[in-house]
Ligand binder design. Structure first.
Ligand SMILES: Nc1ncnc2c1ncn2[C@@H]1O[C@H](COP(=O)(O)OP(=O)(O)OP(=O)(O)O)[C@@H](O)[C@H]1O
Length: 235
């Protein structure tokens, strides 16, 4: 049994754009999804998350078929570039929603939420409202919510793109630290070559709605570092 993520000839058409993804994503690794703008990176992630459903093909995750299951039924958490937090709820409540949408929390759950906030460097931030947080603090809160869910798969859609360069590096370090602790399967859409170099184990290159290659990071970086590279537009 392959316990990573499988997109088995997963196809759909959105508007006039056709997508046809066929790939395997290793369990326990951080896989970057790279490729030019409009190639289909977010669409691939949306298929894995269940926000889009394929018109044909199948999707497997941690050994079970998930092709038609709802996003909430899939063994995963998602962190987006923006809009991760409910603006009218404090940080504690935003994180708590990762455990219980109805906010039925045991003392143990409350402890886990405080612990997650501490691990992402937001100790004492529980009563703060999202509007009073910096961009990096908001992303940390989003990570804390993903952490308390304890799902084996973490999907990140350009999670650090709106942050400045220094903060991007610190958030990458945080991602690596959390990944070492949880050994979860991470898929991260990114345009940023340096981010790929810093955090990814493997790289899936998406072009024209298809998976063009899937390889170890070192091989990917070597290929595109070469002056003979034929794909200057890609990260
Ligand atoms: N719901 C939709 N209806 C019509 N076209 C869509 C829809 N969703 C995506 N597309 C088109 O599919 C293509 C791929 O979109 P997608 O967002 O997956 O690309 P991407 O690689 O993530 O791009 P970027 O790097 O710019 O975010 C784009 O041309 C986009 O306009």
């Amino acid at each position: 049994m392959f316990d990573g993520i499988v997109l088995d000839k997963t196809a759909l058409t959105l508007g006039t754009t056709h997508f046809d993804f066929d790939c395997r994503i290793e369990a326990g690794a951080i896989t970057a999804i790279a490729g030019p703008s409009g190639a289909g990176k977010s669409t691939l992630l949306n298929l894995v998350a269940g926000f889009e459903q394929p018109q044909s093909g199948r999707i497997f995750m941690t050994g079970t078929e998930q092709t038609l299951s709802r996003p909430s039924e899939r063994p995963l958490s998602v962190v987006f570039q923006d809009h991760n937090l409910f603006a009218h709820l404090d940080v504690f409540t935003n994180v708590a929603l990762g455990i219980s949408p109805s906010m039925r929390l045991s003392p143990h759950d409350r402890g886990r939420i405080e612990d997650a906030l501490t691990r992402v460097g937001l100790e004492g931030f529980g009563k703060r409202m999202p509007g009073s947080l910096s961009g990096g603090e908001k992303q940390r809160a989003a990570f804390a919510r993903a952490l308390v869910r304890r799902k084996p798969v973490l999907l990140l859609d350009e999670p650090f793109a709106s942050l400045d360069a220094d903060l991007r590096v610190r958030m990458s370090d945080l991602l690596l630290k959390l990944h070492r602790e949880t050994a979860n399967t991470v898929i991260m859409v990114t345009h940023d070559r340096e981010e790929i170099a810093r955090v990814a184990d493997r790289v899936v290159l998406v072009e024209g709605g298809k998976v063009a290659s899937s390889e170890a990071k070192a091989d990917y970086l070597l290929r595109f570092a070469s002056p003979a590279s034929t794909r200057p537009g890609t990260v």
